[in-house]
Design a protein around this ligand. Structure first.
Ligand code: NAP
Length: 306
C-alpha cells in the first residue's frame, strides 16, 4: 500500500512565504503586486478557477481584478485590452483563462501579453527560456509537480519519467522541466501505441489526460511514483461507488454539488504505487500557490526588488 502525496501542506507553505513577502514590500516600499485574470465567455469551470485565484490573491494581499469579456469579442479588441494591461504600472501579472472560445487563437492572444507579465508561463518567450533551462516564468501546474517531488525528496535524476498528455499547459512544459532535472522522459498521447506497457516502465508516471480513472494498476510499475493531474467531474453515483466503494465525502459531493472531482488515475493504483497524489488535494492546490509566487516574482523583477 502506497503513500498519498498531498500537495496541500506545501501549497500552504508557499502561500505563507508569498504573503509575508507581499506584506514586507507593502510596508517598506508601499507597493504590492497586481494580477488580472481575463475570462472570455461564460465557461463555468473557468469562472470557478478564476474565483479560486481571486480569493487566493485576496489572502496573499495581492491586488486582483477579473476582466469579463463577451465570447464573441474579436481578436483585435481582446489584444487591445491586453495591451492596456501591458502598459499599466500597477499590474504585474496577466492571465488569460483557457480554453478560449474557438473563434480566438490562443497562440495569437497569449503572444500579445508582455512576457514579463505572463504569470502562466505560456508565452513563447517564457517557454523558450524553459527549454533553454534559463530563469523565467514557468507554467504553474508542472512547476508544482517538480516542487512537490523535490519537497518529498523524490529524486528525478536518472529516473524513467513517463508523461501521459502533451498539452502546452501540463505535458510539454513538464517534459522540459523533468529533462532539466535529468530525468529520462517519454511523452505519450492519444496516438501512443501500447500505452499501458510504456507507462509501466515509469519510475515516475504523470497522468495529465482528462480521462477519469483511466490509468489502472496495469499501467503501474511496482513502487512507482504516480502524479495524477486530471480533474474530471463525475456525476454518476453508481460509477463513483464502483470506484471508491462507500465514500461519504464523495457521496455528499454528488448530493450537494451534483458531481465529485476525480483524477485520471484509478484509486486501486495506491496498492501498487509507492506514492500517489490524490484528487482533490494533490496537484491542484499547488497550481494556485505557484501562480501567486509567479505573480510575486514578476512584480519583484519589474520593480527591481530582487
Ligand atoms: P488537454 O489539453 O485536453 O490534453 C490532454 C492530453 O491527453 C492530450 O495530449 C491527449 O492526446 C492526451 N490523451 C487524451 N486521451 C488520451 C488517451 N486515451 N490515451 C492517451 N493520451 C490521451 O488537457 P490538459 O489541459 O493538459 O489537462 C489534462 C487534465 O489535467 C484535465 O483533466 C485538466 O482538468 C487537468 N488539469 C489540472 C490542473 C491542476 O491544477 N490540477 C491544471 C491543468 C489541467 P492528444 O494530444 O493526442 O489529443
Amino acid at each position: 500500500m502506497g503513500i498519498w502525496l498531498e500537495g496541500k501542506t506545501l501549497a500552504k507553505e508557499i502561500k505563507e512565504k508569498v504573503k509575508k513577502e507581499v506584506s514586507y514590500c507593502l510596508k517598506k516600499k508601499n507597493q504590492k503586486p497586481g494580477l488580472v485574470g481575463i475570462l472570455v465567455g461564460k465557461n463555468k469551470a473557468s469562472q470557478v478557477y478564476l474565483r479560486i485565484k481571486e480569493r487566493s490573491c485576496f489572502e496573499m494581499g495581492i491586488h486582483s481584478e477579473i476582466l469579463n469579456l463577451p465570447a464573441d469579442i474579436n481578436p483585435s479588441a481582446l489584444k487591445s485590452k491586453i495591451e492596456t494591461l501591458n502598459q499599466r504600472e500597477d499590474i504585474d501579472g496577466i492571465l488569460v483563462q483557457l480554453p478560449l472560445p474557438s473563434s480566438l487563437d490562443p497562440y495569437e492572444i497569449i503572444n500579445s501579453i508582455l512576457p514579463e507579465k505572463d504569470v502562466d508561463g505560456f508565452h513563447p518567450y517564457n517557454l523558450g527560456n524553459l527549454l533553454m533551462n534559463q530563469i523565467g516564468l514557468k507554467p504553474c501546474t508542472p512547476l508544482g509537480i517538480i516542487e512537490l517531488l523535490k519537497n518529498r525528496e523524490i529524486s528525478i535524476e536518472g529516473k524513467r519519467v513517463v508523461i501521459i498528455g502533451r498539452s502546452l499547459i501540463v505535458g510539454k512544459p513538464l517534459a522540459a522541466m523533468m529533462t532539466n532535472e535529468n530525468g529520462t522522459v517519454t511523452i505519450c498521447h492519444s496516438r501512443t501505441k501500447n500505452l499501458s506497457q510504456v507507462a509501466a516502465e515509469a519510475d515516475i508516471l504523470v497522468a495529465a489526460m482528462g480521462r477519469g480513472a483511466f490509468v489502472t494498476p496495469e499501467f503501474i510499475k511496482e513502487g512507482a511514483t504516480v502524479v495524477d493531474v486530471g480533474m474530471n467531474y463525475l456525476t454518476d453515483r453508481e460509477k463513483m461507488e464502483s470506484l471508491f466503494g462507500k465514500d461519504e465525502k464523495r457521496e455528499k459531493d454528488i448530493n450537494e454539488k451534483g458531481y465529485t472531482l476525480i483524477g485520471d488515475v484509478h484509486p486501486l493504483v495506491i496498492e501498487k504505487a509507492e506514492y500517489l497524489t490524490p484528487v482533490p488535494r494533490g496537484v491542484g492546490p499547488l497550481t494556485v500557490a505557484l501562480l501567486m509566487r509567479n505573480t510575486l516574482d514578476a512584480f519583484k523583477r519589474r520593480k527591481n526588488l530582487q
